[in-house]
Ligand binder design. Structure first.
Ligand code: AGP
Length: 609
């Protein structure tokens, strides 16, 4: 959840670290800090709050000047956000930054206390710094040895950037579970939690694998295994350029990413369509493989899980194969009935979500085949899955997911079409028709984006609400879950999504004139039913906002406000109707003045349980 960077080179290290951290701040933003070699002393600057607070502090107190160092932006796990708990943390001659959780830190702390060591923070990270120093003092002059000995003691997840006072201008790094890359430049090398942090300087990088250790100087980056043997690694090249990680004139990353959705859909589906038909062979999926599965489980978290719920409706409707959707943190602990003959689909933007990764590993252990639908290239989930479909959304920087969700559902459609064709549930002609319609979706989204003004008006009506309900039936219910999550994570207004038909079984008691209701109604077969439910809440005083198809002639008293989406095939409507829901959440947050791209308490990549 935290972001880490490291640099060894010829540039102003503080500037490189701060630039890198600004790209990683979406991973956590409770506090930030850097440690830079000033000749052979390590100078630390850190502060509670955002990077801007650290910049301000350095303006007042002076900034470290040097050419090598490490940096961190934090999402607090152990110890409240404070200057004291901010990284980097030191222990003797060692200073470190850490992303992850050390599960056995209490035991290690007791051991170190018994050796007379004292601690300054409440973090698990400081324990690692002290332990590294403890082992280093046992074999002075050999930092990699101290790292290997420390790794043997650590339980949990970590990506660590380390500097030793005895080794000026060198940066050490190691990882287990938490992601870390090693960027390779000309006369400079980097470490980073993800590639966006170094794109300004280089596109070339190594992916650090479990248990590997990197040693960086300005001239070279050397990777070792846990037996201190050098490893030759494949140099990868990022296919994103720096503009993908910049706002490019948009007020927020989220708004930019909402507008990138048409392109993201095209880039994701085009390579998977051959002669007008879905073709996932490049991802290891053929009609023959698909026919082997008797049951499908979709496992994910948050927005990705909502994409899975759309997937369930679509797969069951078109391919008639049973689908369970599970929250990854529940799936992994409930002894799921999964085994041979099952396909477990893991959906994740980051490919690093701890619960999703653990769920996938469990599914494999139980004998199921796994298919990952992932956006971040080379991420852990992508690497460990049996089959893989990359979504090509480009980097998603805003903490609230928009374009990643869009392409996740685009892939769900392609998958459902291919499966339905393979098992004979739909004809070739129908498959071709649906695929052609899917290819038209980007144009439809463009149209919605060009007529988005109404979402601003709707948002201005919501800012005074304390609580909201989103309702819908079928695919509209699946969509209302995502609309509700977007609104609450961005604007901090409480909201719930309900199956419209379920309201009468209890929740309708909450309805008053102070509880607006957003009704999603795009499924023609269910329209009359949904309208009845809307009338029920209207009759009890609720202000109702309806997101529905253009052609629906709603009676005047049904909607107080209405956003019309173009008429399109019912089954594909989620890809259209989600856009106004994203925009409503976005503008509500803007009107309320909350931090749109970095909402309170959240982090983009949830790499801890
Ligand atoms: C969405 O807006 C959230 N930020 C969150 O629910 C997210 O979708 C979830 O944490 C899963 O992340 P992943 O796709 O990277 O696995």
């Amino acid at each position: 959840m935290c972001g880490i960077v490291g640099y060894a080179g010829y540039r102003d290290c503080t500037e490189v670290l701060m630039e890198g951290l600004s790209r990683l701040e979406y991973r956590g933003y409770d506090s930030a800090g850097i440690a830079v070699f000033e000749d052979d002393t390590i100078r630390v600057a850190k502060s509670k709050g955002r990077l801007a607070d650290l910049t301000e502090k350095m303006q007042e107190e002076g900034r470290p000047e040097g050419h090598a160092g490490i940096g961190h932006t934090r999402w607090a796990t152990h110890g409240e956000p404070s200057d004291r708990n901010s990284h980097p943390h030191g222990g003797g001659c060692v200073t470190i930054v850490h992303n992850g959780i050390i599960e056995n830190y209490k035991k290690l702390k007791e051991f170190l206390l018994s050796k007379g060591r004292a601690f300054e923070s409440d973090t698990d990270t400081e324990v690692v710094a002290q332990l590294l120093d403890y082992y280093y003092l046992n074999s002075p002059g050999n930092p990699v040895d101290a790292i290997i000995r420390t790794m043997k003691e650590l339980e949990g997840s970590y990506a660590l950037g380390v500097v030793f006072a005895d080794f000026p201008d060198m940066v050490f790094a190691l990882r287990k579970e938490s992601p870390l890359i090693v960027g390779v430049g000309e006369g400079e090398n980097f470490i980073a939690s993800d590639v966006t942090a170094i794109l300004r300087y280089t596109k070339n990088y190594y992916l650090l694998e479990q248990g590997e250790i990197a040693v960086l100087t300005a001239k070279k980056a050397t990777i070792y295994d846990t037996h201190y043997q050098k490893i030759q690694k494949e140099l990868k090249t990022a296919d994103w350029d720096i503009s993908a990680a910049e706002k490019c004139g948009y007020a927020h990353f989220m708004l930019k990413e909402i507008h990138e959705q048409p392109t993201a859909v095209k880039t994701t589906i085009t390579p998977r369509i051959t002669d007008g038909m879905p073709d996932l062979t490049e991802c290891g999926i053929t009609p023959e493989t698909l026919l082997k599965f008797r049951q499908i489980h979709i496992v994910a978290c948050g927005t990705a899980m909502h994409a899975g719920i759309v997937g369930r409706y679509v797969i069951e409707k078109l391919a008639h194969v049973p689908v369970n959707v599970d929250i990854a943190s529940e799936f992994r602990y409930r002894e799921p009935l999964v085994g041979e003959g099952d396909l477990v689909i893991i959906i994740s933007q980051s490919g690093e979500t701890a619960d999703s990764l653990a769920a996938m590993r469990l599914a494999k252990e139980l004998g199921a085949k796994t298919l990952a639908i992932v956006n971040a290239k080379g991420s852990s989930i992508a690497r460990e899955a049996d089959m893989l479909i990359y979504t090509h959304a480009g980097p998603e920087i805003a903490v609230a997911s928009t374009k990643a969700y869009m392409v996740q559902i685009a892939v769900m459609y392609l998958f459902a079409f291919e499966l339905a064709l393979a098992n004979g549930s739909i004809s070739e002609a129908e498959c071709r028709r649906l695929t052609a319609l899917l290819q038209e979706v980007p144009e439809q989204i463009e149209h919605i984006l060009a007529h988005k003004e109404m979402t601003q008006l709707i948002a201005s009506e919501l800012i005074t609400a304390d609580s909201l309900l989103y309702i819908g039936r079928g695919l509209d219910y699946a969509l209302s879950m995502e609309g509700s999550l977007k609104l609450k994570e961005l604007s901090y207004i409480h909201s719930e999504s309900y199956a419209a038909g379920e309201l009468k079984h209890g929740t309708i008691s909450l309805i008053t004139e102070n509880m607006p209701v957003i009704a999603v109604a795009t499924q023609t077969k269910l329209l009359e039913k949904t309208i009845s439910n809307i009338k029920e809440v209207k009759a009890r005083g609720a202000k109702v906002i309806v997101v529905c198809k253009e052609s629906y002639g709603l009676e005047q008293d049904v909607a107080d406000l209405r956003f019309s989406v173009p008429d399109f095939e019912d089954i594909l409507m989620p890809m259209l109707a989600v856009v106004p829901l994203q925009l409503i959440a976005y503008y509500t947050a803007v009107h309320k003045g909350t931090d749109v791209d970095k909402p309170r308490n959240l982090a983009k990549s949830v790499t801890v349980e």
